[in-house]
Design a protein around this ligand. Structure first.
Ligand code: 4AD
Ligand code: MG
Length: 447
């Protein structure tokens, strides 16, 4: 391929700027890709796309050179192009504007694009590297980007520091059933010793150590779970936004989370209205989300679920079915507190009712369910030792974690937010796979 002379960025206008009316009546150039194309006689109608929108360009054999016209007729969908012309307001055109071309140049002629209309989910997943160009994906990924940035900004504005923890670890944070094991055996040829590690399910245990220095911290990182469940909300590699703070009780952390969720929603509503509209999201539902969020104890949730036809008793875990039933008719997020002790070895048992924990989940409304799991951590060494044994685990394999309670232990709380799940709810997505560029599940690690 020979590269044509490539003009500087400042000579180009984005399609978004044309649609906003910023360049009304001037001759401008756009660069992008062909989104749709058809021609009839002396006219080509080429819809162009860039990351900011789509616009139809009209290429007439009367107004452009012969080579421009031939190129506009020949180029297939996804060819990369440089088009110069005058934007003209036209209410009938998609987006309200059309570009009357004076020059049409093809930078690269695309082969026949393997994605056409109405393809199966499987085909789109197999061609994810190409499907990422779709307006659906671009809309979700723009919203996702706002969410990640708003999460960071919120905690930074409260004086929190961003810190990283390792992905290779040997202490399970969220139980053995979803651990991915990794072999380290090639690393230690001399000793012949084999090393094993897991991929991290959560930064929490490391966060509790780091917190003693920095006090208020957060991270944004992938977490890994060998999830057997094939639901609309499970990935094997997901993006985990986690927070940990010293001198903080469970109810205080819940209040901060409420502020975080409403701040993130406001950011998306002020930056991504057109993307939400493209996705067909009912924006009023997001606009109406307001604190304080409803709070229910686990035992009351069991009663509500049983009144909806479930048959649950104390100690039973909620899965997607239960959470869907609980949240389908709700329009506000719901906090569930006082889960049974078995939910986590590290949560602090409630002194007033030690069979339950000082912890919480936050469930998104509209049938989405859990997006946050968090709570207050045990800070007494004796209590932690008891809980680790009660859960059938070996305190010695949590040596360094136990150590943290020996040197100036303090009350502290934290949580983990599933960013893909939050994005899924905000986008109104049918499946969590729709809101991450390259989804990983038990059956997919490619592309
Ligand atoms: O509720 P989880 O398991 O809590 C923890 O990992 C705590 N150690 C976090 C903490 O206190 N620092 O996971 C937290 C959140 C869930 O609420 C969910 O949103 C998300 O992580 N999550 C997943 N998201 C997508 N796919 C999966 N397989 C997920 N597993 C958990
Ligand atoms: Mg959870």
């Amino acid at each position: 391929m020979t590269y044509p002379e490539f003009p500087d960025s400042e000579n180009f206008t984005t399609i978004g700027d044309i649609l906003n009316g910023a360049v009304d009546g001037k001759s401008i150039s756009v660069r992008g890709w062909i989104y749709r194309t058809r021609s009839s006689g002396k006219l080509s109608f080429v819809v162009l796309r860039d990351s900011t929108g789509i616009i139809q360009s009209i290429v007439s054999s009367d107004s452009v050179s012969e080579s421009s016209f031939t190129a506009s007729k020949k180029a297939l969908v996804e060819s990369s192009v440089l088009v110069t012309g005058i934007p003209i307001k036209d209410e009938r055109a998609p987006g309200g504007w059309e570009l009357k071309a004076s020059n049409f140049e093809v930078l690269h002629y695309a082969d026949t694009f393997p994605i056409t209309k109405d393809q199966s989910d499987e085909h789109l997943l197999n061609n994810r590297h190409l499907w990422l160009r779709s307006r659906d994906m671009v809309s979700c990924l723009k919203i996702r980007s706002t969410i990640f940035q708003a999460f960071r900004n919120y905690w930074i504005s409260l004086g929190y520091s961003e810190v990283q923890s390792p992905s290779f670890t040997t202490s399970a944070c969220e139980g053995g059933s979803t651990l991915f094991n990794v072999s380290y055996d090639d690393q230690n040829e001399k000793s012949g010793q084999k090393f094993y590690a897991h991929l991290s399910q959560s930064w929490q245990l490391y966060a509790e150590a780091t917190m003693f220095g920095l006090e208020k911290i957060f991270t944004v990182a992938p977490s890994f779970r060998a999830e057997k469940s094939r639901t609309r909300r499970h990935l094997t590699e997901f993006w985990h936004a986690e927070v940990e703070a010293a001198w903080t009780h469970n109810h205080q952390m819940m209040e901060l989370e409420e502020g975080m969720i409403t701040t993130i929603l406001n950011e998306v509503l002020s930056n991504n209205l057109s993307e939400l509209e493209h996705l067909g999201r009912d924006v009023s539902l997001l606009q109406n989300v307001k604190g304080p969020f409803e709070k229910m104890k686990y035992s009351d949730v069991i009663d509500e679920l049983n009144s909806l036809g479930f048959d649950l008793s104390w100690g039973d875990d909620f899965g997607y079915k239960e959470e869907k039933a609980l949240t389908s008719s709700r329009t506000q997020p719901l906090f569930i507190t006082h889960f049974p002790k078995e939910k986590g070895f590290y949560h602090r048992p409630d002194p007033a009712d030690p069979k339950s924990l000082v912890c919480h989940d936050l469930l998104a409304p509209e049938g989405y369910g859990e997006i946050i799991g968090g709570g207050e951590r045990i800070w007494s060494p004796e209590e932690l030792d008891t809980r680790i044994r009660e859960e059938g685990m070996e305190p010695s394999s949590y040596g360094w974690y136990m150590d943290l309670r020996k040197y100036g232990s303090v009350p502290h709380s934290g949580f983990g937010l599933g960013l893909d799940r939050l994005t899924s709810w905000i986008c109104g997505a049918e499946h969590i796979k729709n809101v991450i560029p390259f989804p990983r599940t038990m059956r997919r690690t490619n592309p």
